[in-house]
Ligand binder design. Structure first.
Ligand SMILES: Cc1cc2nc3c(=O)[nH]c(=O)nc-3n(C[C@H](O)[C@H](O)[C@H](O)COP(=O)(O)O)c2cc1C
Length: 356
């Protein structure tokens, strides 16, 4: 069945955005409200990472509340009922206490909520309901984004009543489905699944994973997306709060097919191996990974990693990055990036038309 996109739905929901719709991924630890504001000012849609710990004593939620207050002031919002036109992303494999996050999101009237990486795809049903109940009670307008890496997860998210499916292919940087597929296969099938639903005209589809320029954006639109999400490309921007060494590693990497790898090992090395078994992560191959491949035990690699950190050395840092790192050759401003891609898509689309 042919793909039918939902023209300009995202621009209707988020009137400050221009076409094509470009959002930064809510990369926990690598986004902040200044960056999200810069993305918005350039015509994109800005997300920040909200965290994964929702317990009442969560320091992540205390920080989120402060960050959103700051975001409101940066955006020049004075009225408490005015919406905050940025989104917050959450990692949801330990959802206990999620209602505490919803209270903060409602208070700040954030325009979008992004859910990713549940223990079971169906776990998002109760979180979506909590958000919808809060909306009904308060009249708060927000859109729910769910990142999916399989067609099955997309179908469950559609049934749960989400607004936006972020279809994540395996070229993506950072965490993702260990067993997944590239956007070329996933996007058209997800678009067809959306089309088969009665409320399909109210669901938008975004492509994520390996998109770093206008060519990738046009490809995603051609496959059935209404817009795109980029993670790795936004890390290599001036406004991204990532360490400089991480940006330079991304800029200097070539040939992502050999310089990056999808593995659960990256989390083991940095002692963040708390993820459910269905997820792994793509990162630039670094010293820890090559040590491990040459037979060094995980215990020893972890020791070397921790020693390097204690000595303030950067060379063992895990640089989460997608398979398109080779195309990224400079740190640019968020404005240059978004406007540049929006210009490039026209040239790329013209080239496509010239070939058919
Ligand atoms: C440094 C980095 C951190 C990320 N952190 C998160 C996160 O906290 N939550 C999330 O849902 N996705 C996260 N992702 C994955 C993104 O949502 C997205 O799927 C991915 O960046 C798309 O691929 P790309 O990096 O090739 O653009 C992260 C990606 C990167 C590169």
């Amino acid at each position: 069945m042919a793909a039918v996109n939902t023209p300009k739905l995202l621009q209707k929901w988020f009137p400050h955005t221009t076409s094509p719709f470009i959002a930064n991924a809510p990369m926990l630890g690598f986004t902040d409200c200044e960056m999200a504001n810069a993305v918005n000012k350039a015509g994109g849609f800005g997300f920040i990472g909200g965290g994964f710990d929702f317990k009442p004593e969560s320091t992540q939620l205390v920080e989120l509340d402060k960050t959103l207050s700051k975001a409101r002031s940066i955006a020049g919002i004075t009225s408490s009922t005015e919406p905050l036109p940025i989104g917050v992303g959450f990692i949801t494999f330990s959802p206990a206490g999620f209602e505490n996050a919803v209270t903060i999101l409602e208070k700040h009237r954030v325009a979008a909520i992004w859910l990713s990486f549940p223990k079971a795809d169906t776990d998002h049903g109760s979180l979506v309901k909590m958000i919808r109940d809060s909306q009904k009670k308060s009249g708060w307008e927000t859109k729910i984004f769910v990142q999916v890496g399989t067609v099955q997860a997309a179908k469950e998210a559609i049934d749960e009543g989400v607004d936006v499916l972020v279809v994540q292919g395996t070229d993506a940087g950072g965490h993702q489905w260990a067993q997944g597929a590239g956007l070329m296969s996933l996007l058209p099938e997800v678009r067809d699944a959306v089309r088969a639903k009665s409320a399909s005209e109210n669901i938008a589809v975004l492509g994520a994973g390996g998109i770093v320029d206008g060519r990738g954006c046009v490809a995603a639109l051609g496959l059935g997306a209404d817009g795109i999400v980029m993670g790795t490309r936004f890390v290599a921007t001036a406004e991204c709060p990532a360490p400089e060494q991480m940006k330079q590693t991304i800029v200097s990497a070539t040939d992502g097919a050999v310089s990056t790898v999808k593995s659960v090992q990256h989390d083991i090395f940095q002692s963040t191996d708390v993820w459910p078994a269905q997820y792994d992560g793509r990162a630039v191959i670094g010293v820890s990974y090559t040590d491990s491949q040459s037979g060094v035990t995980n215990e020893e690699v972890i020791q070397r990693y921790n020693d390097a950190r204690k000595m303030g050395q950067d060379h063992r840092r895990i640089v989460w990055a997608g398979a398109s790192v080779g195309v990224i050759d400079a740190v640019v401003s968020v404005d240059e990036l978004i406007k540049g891609i929006q210009r490039e898509v026209k040239e790329a689309a013209a080239r496509v038309l010239a070939n058919i």
